[in-house]
Write a protein that binds this ligand. Structure first.
Ligand SMILES: C[S@@+](CC[C@H](N)C(=O)[O-])C[C@H]1O[C@@H](n2cnc3c(N)ncnc32)[C@H](O)[C@@H]1O
Length: 228
């Protein structure tokens, strides 16, 4: 939050973070303790369901961040209502990252090696997995393509940026479980970076990225227009 806000020219930050899971809220509080002590930074974390009506007035936030796949966990029937609510409470931009339809596998809660097996059901938008320790998980998990993201957000947002993140790095970096001694050279990494830049908005590549970066500004609501 801090580097992004400063890079955008904000001199103070008053941010509220919301998560459905109490453990995630506690983790966020602990991890942000050092940040909260800095002058001009006020961070609050709350437990809440973002699919419900958001408890803040219209245009009460400059920015809304919805990062690392939060939208992937929202049941498809609730995404439109959530985007409408985010557009209502956001003055400037929504910045979201979501897992894309062409991304490499994940089990969300742990590294993929911790799964004995996993299965993503694209019809029911569910992720099921059994962990090495015998634990089972089952959660709402919908992968997004750029077309779905544009269609879902179009009534409420104007898209200013939609690009793929990690098209090449994750796939080309050597896997240490397979070859522990070989190293990826710095020049190869630079070449991957230039490939990322070249193809991150290419329609044939973007849906193959691990994440989609989505930046959008709310369309004026009919009520705000009428008040002008
Ligand atoms: C992949 S994690 C991302 C966490 C965090 N945004 C970050 O950047 O580290 C997705 C989070 O979305 C939360 N989540 C899923 N459905 C939610 C809902 N309806 N309301 C609030 N949070 C939700 C989950 O509890 C989980 O912590």
């Amino acid at each position: 939050v801090s580097w992004l806000a400063r890079a955008l020219g904000f001199t103070s930050i008053n941010a509220i973070g919301v998560d459905l899971a109490e453990t995630q809220v506690r983790r966020a509080r602990t991890r942000s303790r050092d940040l909260s002590e800095l002058e001009g930074i006020e961070l609050t974390f709350e437990t809440g369901d973002i699919c419900e009506r958001l408890p803040w007035p219209d245009a009460s936030f400059d920015l809304c961040l919805c990062l690392y796949g939060v939208l992937n966990h929202i049941p498809p029937s609730r995404v439109s209502g959530l985007l409408a609510e985010i557009a209502r409470v956001t003055r400037h931009d929504l910045i979201a990252t979501v897992r894309s339809i062409g991304s490499t596998p994940t089990i969300c809660v742990d590294s993929i090696e911790e799964a004995r097996w996993f299965w993503h059901d694209e019809c029911r938008n569910r992720l099921e997995a059994e962990l090495q320790n015998g634990g089972r998980l089952s959660m709402d998990f919908r992968l997004f393509g750029t077309a779905e993201l544009k269609a879902a957000s179009n009534p409420y947002f104007e898209v200013t940026e939609l690009q793929g993140l990690d098209l090449f790095h994750g796939r080309f970096t050597r896997d240490r479980r397979w070859n522990r001694t070989s190293k990826t050279s710095a020049s190869f990494i630079r070449k991957l970076e230039s490939l990322e830049e070249r193809y991150c908005r290419d329609p044939e590549f973007v849906d193959h990225a691990n994440h989609l970066l989505f930046v959008a500004s709310p369309r004026p609501s009919p009520r705000a227009e009428a008040d002008r």
